[in-house]
Design a protein. Structure first.
Length: 337
């Protein structure tokens, strides 16, 4: 099992209690608890438009007097959010790629130090001297590694967790837009965030209009992430389920109450998916995953196997981040009947 799958499985099985607290975006104001956002130097930040800014992220309430200056991102999709918003100069470190960053981010990404190939130890993280740490999965703030949000706060570091991992409700595109909006406000680039949101809404609407012309009923879809004895797949809670629905599919394991979870191969057979979406990442290649599925005699009567109907998404397309609108447009023609 790869480190990436381990991290996502750990997150899927045990999200911290703090991450399950109700989300609430608090109006900007000088009140509120949390960090000052003035950096680790302790100096009072100069007032600027949009600040003070108070946000409740996964039950952690923080007031920023100014944008963080020394951020570290812990997972590819949150790194790409920062780069999409033009915040590379605010980054002093990144960690944990699932695959390659998008070509348009490559130059900016290459100029940022990589703190660790996967998650850094607490010591390595602190050595980067961040004033803000942004985690994509709850596992970025793993207690056993000493990186909880409370522990980092004691070191004067503010934190943010991607919204996909701090709500008990089903994740939707509205959460994607909220994520971008809140990060934009935190870093003082609310205008960039709003432009991205407007463009993305237009892209999603265009895909929906095209689907409406050609498709009458959702296509049953099974997502194969990984697994041998069981199938590690997409449940109904995460953004992956939303992408499938928006692309004209019906996730056959939407009843799993998590972003990711295990299903039995007997369940896969019984639910008769017409398309299998393969998440492409890690040491096991796309072709290896296809061969495994096609060679399994227990799956021979599954419609998607019988008709060799596969769709492909890079894992970094299938998480809550800036790739979501394009992922819907990419997936829709692959799922179409």
């Amino acid at each position: 099992m790869s480190g990436r799958r381990t991290a996502r499985r750990r997150t899927a099985l045990a999200v911290t209690a703090a991450a399950l607290l109700p989300l609430a975006l608090t109006a900007c104001g000088s009140g509120g608890s949390g960090g000052s956002g003035s950096g680790k130097d302790g100096g009072k930040a100069e007032a600027r438009p949009g600040f003070p800014y108070t946000v409740d992220n996964c039950g952690v309430k923080t007031t920023y007097q100014a944008p963080p200056k020394r951020a570290v991102t812990m997972n590819q999709h949150v790194t790409e959010i920062m780069l999409e918003l033009g915040l590379e100069k605010s980054l002093v470190g990144t960690a944990y790629l699932d695959d390659k960053v998008l070509p348009r981010y490559q130059k900016a990404y290459d100029a940022i130090p990589v703190v660790a190939k996967e998650y850094p130890s607490k010591e390595k993280l602190l050595a980067a001297n961040p004033d803000f740490v942004y985690g994509g999965y709850a596992s970025a703030f793993e207690a056993k590694d000493g990186r909880t949000r409370d522990e980092l706060k004691k070191s004067g570091i503010d934190t943010r967790l991607n919204l996909e991992y701090c709500t008990e409700k089903r994740t939707t595109l509205d959460d994607v837009y909220r994520e971008i909006d809140e990060v934009g406000r935190t870093f003082g680039v609310a205008d960039r965030a709003q432009k991205w949101i407007a463009d993305s809404r237009a892209s999603v609407a265009k895909t929906a209009a095209e689907l409406k012309k050609t498709q009458t009923a959702p296509v049953p879809v099974f997502v194969y992430d990984s697994g041998d004895k069981t199938a590690f797949t997409v449940g109904g809670k995460g953004i992956g389920n939303e992408l499938i629905s928006r692309a004209g599919g019906r996730n056959v394991f939407a009843d799993i109450p998590k972003s990711f979870g295990d299903a039995t191969w007997e369940q896969v057979v019984a639910r008769k998916p017409e398309v299998i979406v393969i998440y492409d990442y890690g040491a096991t290649s796309l072709e290896q995953k296809k061969r495994k599925l096609l060679a399994d005699p227990a799956l021979k009567d599954v419609p998607a196997i019988r008709n060799k109907r596969f769709a492909v998404l890079p894992l970094s397309d299938a998480v809550l981040g800036v790739r979501a609108p394009d992922a819907i447009a990419k997936l829709a023609p692959q799922i179409a009947r």
